[in-house]
Design a protein. Structure first.
Length: 167
């Protein structure tokens, strides 16, 4: 056997041994969370509002502050645009949010709907997705917020998951 053949077998052997070793990978985690949000009575601030010729009430830049407690504790700020049909009190909303805890914050976007008075299920339902910063850097939160008739005014029930790609 020549030197070239021995060298080739040595390299091939090293490749096989290396391929057989387990790879060190971080295992991503998905943590379920449930929490309550509370918006105390406050004077709303907004950029502008109007009623169009279809009797739809539009609000732009509505800013709301509140608190969360449960699996997540902290404060939140939501800036939202809303469109509400005044005849049915149904409509939609979209905007941004910041949910701040003692270790970091998630910021992202929200989309939701209003189902009007006399609702038996959620009167408003929103989906929110945010990216972590500070001590939550690299994480992502995805949750649904619902306001139902059986909750106190200004209270929402939130359920979702926190994704951590680093485990």
């Amino acid at each position: 056997m020549g030197k070239a053949t021995i060298c080739l077998f040595t390299v091939a052997g090293l490749i096989l041994v290396t391929a057989a070793l387990p790879l060190a990978r971080a295992v991503a985690t998905m943590t379920p969370v449930t929490f309550t949000d509370f918006t105390p009575p406050q004077t709303p601030t907004f950029e502008r509002r109007w009623i169009d010729d279809q009797n739809v009430f539009h609000v732009r830049g509505l800013t709301v502050f509140g608190q969360v407690s449960g699996d997540i504790s902290g404060t939140f700020k939501v800036v939202v645009d809303e469109n509400i049909d005044l005849a049915t009190l149904t409509g939609d909303a979209s905007g941004s949010f910041v949910l701040t805890t003692d270790v970091g914050a998630w910021s992202g976007h929200s989309n939701g709907t209003f189902t009007g008075p006399g609702c038996s299920g959620p009167c408003s339902l929103s989906q929110l997705v945010g990216q972590g910063s500070g001590g939550l850097e690299g994480t992502k939160i995805m949750f649904t917020s619902a306001n139902t008739p059986n909750l106190p005014p200004g209270t929402g029930m939130d359920m979702g998951v926190i994704l951590n790609p680093h485990g």
